[in-house]
Write a protein that binds this ligand. Structure first.
Ligand code: FES
Length: 158
């Protein structure tokens, strides 16, 4: 009888892939987040040990860069453009509406971690502002009503 092999551990793989290069911490963190969607506390400890750093040093890097997540990501990510063209076309009011609609007031994620609202700075849709992405798909000329329709479609589909 063959015992199925356990998949390789993404944290071990990331450490092994980069430990020999100078400045290994950032590539390791990128690989771990690519594999797991965030940097778990256990991974922070293991990376710190492997690189002979303190846990606080690694955690400090994770929290310094907005790109990295120390918590599991929400099921759906809304990135709203906050750059000039979109601001001129009402993105601030749109963000307020989105936060209220999703229950994200006061933090980036709603209490159930179903939705997360993040800023992004230009999606290349400046001529059709305001723009956002929902789970990576771009939408232009977004209004509160059209956003509500997108969320309703998600809720029907889930
Ligand atoms: S400024 Fe919003 S897409 Fe360019």
């Amino acid at each position: 009888m063959t015992v199925p092999s356990r998949g390789a551990d993404p944290v071990d793989e990331a450490i092994t892939a980069h430990i020999a290069i100078p400045g290994a911490l950032l590539p390791i963190l990128h690989d771990v987040q690519d594999a797991l969607g965030y940097i778990p506390g256990d991974a922070i400890s293991r990376i710190a040990q492997a690189l002979n750093l303190s846990r606080a040093e690694v955690y400090g890097v994770v929290t310094y860069y907005h790109y990295f997540r120390a918590e599991p990501p929400a099921s759906h990510i809304v990135q709203v453009c906050r750059a000039e063209a979109c601001q001129a076309m009402g993105s601030d009011a749109l963000v307020s509406h989105i936060r209220a609609r999703l229950g994200c007031s006061g933090s980036d994620s709603d209490p159930s971690n179903k939705f997360c609202v993040e800023p992004v700075y230009c999606l290349g849709l400046c001529g059709a502002a305001p723009a956002l992405t929902l789970d990576g798909r771009p939408y232009a000329r977004v209004t509160p009503d059209s956003f509500d329709n997108l969320v309703s479609e998600l809720e029907v589909g889930s």
